[in-house]
Design a protein around this ligand. Structure first.
Ligand code: FES
Length: 511
């Protein structure tokens, strides 16, 4: 899905644009597999299937990697962000082992593809360091170490402190053989490889409807039809499912800064802590082609559409980072991204619940979108090729987890509470109160309006009702988007849909 919003922030990856050679779809086609979504999940699936001889068509309504792939911090890790203690509690020791195995396999698969296809994408194997949150009981870190070892991770050790950063003084865990890369360079290379294998990629092509059956019929906004034996929906959050999947995951917005640091002053590694929400850190080398590296620091998550204080969150991240990385110089990048948090900590990958057997989804990145995306590429390929896959049950989107029922109820009560916004008066009393390059929700009789005032002072009015399940959207002054507080749909300042589950724009106002 297209995330490009002219007024929004730019991630560090968007600063080194990758040449795009792809065109939009201009005719109807038949194919074995249609993949909707050209992020890492969609492209890794398309790559595997086209290399195995399937005819594959990829569609995306934006450019390659234009969704959350360009807003990730691209940690490649087998250390699951919810922690192995939690994963073992929710999925059992065997489930925890399979989860660890799948993320390890995903990193290895990325490394293999990079070597096979000779992709220049700054891939680097690095250590990962997990730090305790300030003041947490010391046994929590040790519990995590033991759970990670039971999950089958090798070489996990407790150390007093890694060289470089000034994080918490209580010691940390070291996880060997993690990795990092440049996500946009990787997916751009993957797209070229798909093309070489005979796959066909069409960008700036919006899928309007999906009709299941023995063959799946996909219709684009321009009226072209794709008829496919199988469909893979890899649009961050599915656009083909109205309800079921969206009760199993919740959208969170996460914030990131990128700061100059003197070259080699921070060792290349992945760093996280156990705070809630947690902080995550890495280094990107050689980006500026001068004497500096870029320190990337993320965190300060909140539920999408339920806070509008991105500037303060970026400032808090900066304060947190300066205390721990005193070599930090000026901030060069500030951006945000969206994370889909599944209620039981693992992605939802496989057959779409309630559909016939030929529609597949990949969603619920859980802050590990790069590895979960690559797992989707391997797992969905096996499902389509009718091969057994040991991870299929673990990631099955139809799974039910009684052990995560508390989180499930809590998240869905939170969604229900958002409908109260229908009764509120709005953000401001009149349109005069809306500054330039800003938006606000206003009441107009029974209607709620999403009103944006552009740079020239012109007002743009749309309905504030999200076309998905009719929650009221909220203005995001960091990204200049309208965000839905229920399931995370996002729209640009003028109401154009950027991110599902909504698949259409905010409506014009009723007259
Ligand atoms: Fe579901 Fe808006 S995303 S109601």
């Amino acid at each position: 899905m297209n995330e490009t919003n002219p007024s929004g922030t730019q991630s560090i990856w968007m600063n080194s644009p990758v040449e795009s050679v792809w065109r939009s779809l201009d005719r109807s086609l038949e194919t074995d597999v249609c993949v909707v979504g050209a992020g890492i999940a969609g492209l890794s699936t398309a790559y595997s299937l086209s290399c195995e001889g399937k005819s594959v068509v990829v569609l995306d309504d934006g450019p390659i990697g234009g969704g959350m792939t360009e807003r990730t911090t691209a940690h490649l890790s087998n250390v699951i962000d919810d922690g192995y203690v939690t994963i073992e509690r929710l999925h059992g020791e065997q489930g925890s082992r399979l989860a660890a195995d799948s993320h390890t396999a995903a990193i290895n698969r990325i490394e293999t593809i990079i070597a096979t296809e000779r992709l220049a994408c700054d891939f680097e194997r690095v250590d990962g360091f997990l730090f305790p949150a300030p003041g947490q009981p010391p046994e929590r870190l040790e519990d995590e170490r033991l759970a990670a070892i039971r999950a089958g991770l090798v070489g996990v050790e407790r150390i007093e402190r890694p060289t470089g950063p000034v994080l918490e003084p209580e010691g940390c865990l070291r996880f060997p053989r993690q990795a990092q890369f440049h996500p946009l360079k990787f997916v751009a290379g993957l797209a070229q490889a798909i093309d070489r294998c005979g796959g066909r990629i069409f960008t700036n092509t919006h899928v309007e409807t999906v009709t299941g059956g023995e063959q799946v019929r996909i219709e684009t906004q321009q009226g072209h039809i794709i008829v496919a034996q199988s469909l893979v929906v890899a649009t961050n959050t599915p656009i083909n499912d109205m309800v079921v999947v969206h009760t199993k995951q919740a959208p969170y917005t996460t914030y990131v800064i990128g700061a100059r640091v003197p070259k080699d002053s921070v060792p290349a590694a992945l760093y996280w802590d156990q705070a809630d929400p947690y902080h995550y850190v890495r280094i990107q080398k050689n980006v500026a082609a001068d004497a500096h590296d870029v320190l990337i620091v993320g965190g300060e998550d909140h539920k999408t559409g339920q806070a509008n204080d991105g500037e303060e969150r970026h400032q808090r991240l900066e304060r947190w980072a300066r205390e721990r990385f005193p070599m930090m110089e000026r901030i060069e990048y500030r951006w945000s991204g969206q994370v889909m948090e599944p209620t039981d900590g693992l992605a939802l990958i496989g057959r779409n619940p309630g559909d016939t057997s030929n529609i597949y989804i990949a969603t619920g990145d859980s802050g590990m979108g790069m590895t979960h995306g690559m797992i989707a590429g391997m797992l969905i390929t096996d499902l389509i090729q009718k091969r057994a896959n040991a991870w299929a049950t673990l990631y099955d989107p139809s799974r039910k987890s009684l052990k995560s029922i508390g989180t499930f109820v809590q998240e869905n009560l939170n969604v229900a509470a958002q409908y109260v916004d229908w009764l509120s008066s709005g953000d401001v009393k009149s349109e005069d109160r809306i500054p330039r390059k800003s938006g606000a929700v206003l009441r107009n009789g029974a209607q709620k309006m999403a009103v944006y005032r552009d740079e020239q002072g012109t007002l743009h009015r749309r309905s504030a009702v999200c076309p998905h399940l009719k929650c009221i959207v909220a203005w995001d002054s960091t990204e200049h988007t309208w965000n839905c507080p229920c399931h995370g749909s996002r729209f640009d300042a003028y109401g154009k849909v950027l991110n599902g589950p909504a698949n259409s724009d905010l409506s014009p106002l009723e007259t």
